[in-house]
Design a protein around this ligand. Structure first.
Ligand code: PMP
Length: 556
């Protein structure tokens, strides 16, 4: 693609990347790697036991690249993993801008790092402000006349920073079209996962070769501490950027954290949490103007809201007295402050500090959501439970009848359950059933959190010819009693002897006293009755009934 090559700095057009022995070895995986002067032992501290910290990490792990590509809807060769999306900005400027000659163009008010990276690269900064009069949208005629042959990169965040609204699609695409072959349009989509259109500009990448997209796992995947972002663009551009990236931009722990975040359970948890933050955005947009401090809230599609106040510095000082730090955006838009959306409980603290009487019927409460990953040589399990959202069920253990039973527990328990297990079924179903019970129990216990307001006890006695009685106490003290014997050895691929074992494992990991009694003549009915009744008992016990701890001891 000659236009792209011509845009790249001449001295970097045929740049040879650093080659390590490992990248040069290609498919050969050494059993004894003595090529990179690494230390032979794990370092001091617990992290070294979890990840191979003494080894240089894979510069672009293929598996992670594939998962991110699937997440964003591109092909792996259209994606470069970077140290946060900030690094994406930095390498773009280094690849395209000749110091003292080329420039980037930004549309203030905007994100501050574009200017910082331009300064360190010696690139000039052109500014074409957004038009406040038309809802802070792009000023296309002004952009058109500002661009020169040296304008290499145009950086545009959408949702914008610091306002949080989305820019008009047709304006962005018109700009791409008019600058084709001349400038790259870099859409910074750090906040797009919280917007009404989480695909953002990805579907436009094919039709607009000069479009580049920046994404990040910092916000919607809660991984700001691990520094993970991505550049999405033409494969030729991705390859050119890769050549100038530092040799090992990712760390072993960031790779692990990203893979976990993109596992089925991790994705589910993040999506649920994104929904919570979007609901909080609606609530905060509604409630903040009830404070005498707040004049107006800007409409946002991000995980923050910008608000206008009469004196932003005074408001910052006021909130500091409550231990709260927000961001003063006065220099960008006079007397504005930006509130990052916290958990519902955290947002309630902010509202109260601002003198808003949080309505009693709508206090913020975080759904009781918890994920567990359990991996042994026998089973690998990802499980997520959401005690306050019975909607989702996604269960796959490889044992059809057992999947059916787990869905009984969740449906009758009134909670959402996503459970994926890859177990050694070639041995027998024992490990899969036992380990799923342990992981489910652990996830339920985690989701209970501090147990405040918990109903705690559950009791039930249902189901036709087969009669199952289940009594549960979420006491924190594990105990299981099972009474009953089955008239068959197997139901489907599930040995009936695993049923008492399942309940014992569940009670142990959940920290519950569980008593199961079952009678009947048909093993399928009897087992189903046990799982249904346990679900019903759990439904009663998991209910939130206020804010107190249901124990005279003061601990559970
Ligand atoms: N773009 C925008 C608009 C941002 O506000 C931020 C950080 N606040 C970033 C990019 C950088 O994100 P990352 O953590 O991926 O470097």
């Amino acid at each position: 693609m000659s236009w792209l090559r011509d845009l790249i700095r001449p001295d970097l057009q045929s740049f040879a990347a650093y080659g390590s022995a490992r990248t040069e070895a290609g498919a050969f995986v050494p059993t004894l790697p003595l090529d990179a002067n690494e230390g032979p032992w794990s370092p001091f501290g617990p992290l070294g036991a979890l990840e191979p910290l003494n080894r240089y990490p894979d510069p672009q792990p293929a598996d992670l690249r594939r998962r991110l590509a699937t997440l964003y809807g591109v092909l792996p060769d259209q994606l470069l993993i970077t140290r946060g999306s900030d690094e994406g900005m930095d390498v773009l400027m280094r690849l395209f801008c000749r110091a003292g000659v080329d420039s980037i163009l930004i549309c203030p008010p905007t994100y501050g790092m574009y200017e910082v990276y331009a300064a360190t690269q010696g690139a000039a900064v052109q500014r074409v402000p957004l038009r406040a009069a038309v809802g802070w949208q792009l000023d296309l005629p002004a952009l058109e006349s500002a661009c020169t042959p040296e304008t290499k990169l145009i950086f545009i965040p959408s949702p914008t920073a610091p306002m949080g609204h989305v820019l008009r699609r047709e304006d962005v695409l018109a700009l791409c079209k008019s600058r084709e072959g001349k400038s790259l349009i870099v859409m910074d989509e750090a906040y797009v996962d919280f917007s009404d259109n989480p695909k953002g500009f990805v579907p436009d990448l094919v039709a607009h070769p000069n479009l580049v997209i920046l994404r990040t796992l910092s916000k919607s995947y809660a991984l700001a501490g691990e520094r993970l972002g991505a550049v999405l663009a033409l494969p030729e551009l991705i390859e050119a950027l890769r050549r100038i990236l530092s040799p090992y931009p990712l760390t072993q722990t960031s790779i692990r954290a990203a893979k976990d975040a993109l596992s089925p359970a991790g994705l589910l948890q993040s999506l649920e949490r994104q929904k919570i933050l979007i609901a909080e955005r609606v609530r905060m947009t509604d409630l903040l103007p009830r404070s005498s401090w707040i004049k107006k809230v800007f409409p946002s599609q991000a995980n923050f809201v910008l608000a206008e106040t009469s004196d932003s510095s005074a408001l910052m000082e006021h909130l500091k007295r409550f231990g709260i730090l927000i961001r003063n955006r006065h220099t960008l838009i006079p007397n504005t402050v930006r509130f990052t959306l916290g958990s519902p409980e955290q947002n309630d603290i902010v509202l109260r500090a601002l003198g808003v009487d949080v309505p009693k019927d709508q206090p913020g409460t975080t759904p009781r959501l918890f994920s567990v990953r359990r991996a042994t040589k026998e089973t690998k399990i990802d499980v997520t439970v959401n005690l306050d959202s019975p909607g989702f069920l996604d269960i796959a253990t490889g044992i059809g009848f057992f999947d059916h039973m787990l869905s009984q527990i969740a449906t009758h328990g009134g909670f959402g359950l996503c459970l994926q297990c890859k177990g050694d079924l070639e041995v027998d179903p024992h490990h899969t059933i036992e380990d799923c019970a342990l992981a489910l129990g652990e996830a339920l216990r985690g989701a209970l959190g501090d147990k405040k307001g918990l109903a705690r006890f559950g009791f039930t006695t249902p189901l036709d010819e087969a009669l199952a009685q289940v009594v549960i106490d979420l006491s924190g003290r594990p105990f299981a009693a099972f009474e009953g014997s089955f008239p068959a050895l197997m139901v489907g691929e599930m040995p009936t002897e695993m049923v008492p074992h399942f309940f014992m494992s569940l009670a142990t990991a959940l920290g519950a006293s569980l008593h199961v009694n079952v009678t009947g003549t048909n093993a399928h009915h009897m087992i189903e009755a046990c799982f249904k009744a346990t679900g019903r008992a759990l439904r009663q016990a998991l209910r939130r009934e206020g804010a107190d701890l249901p124990s005279t001891k003061g601990v559970l």
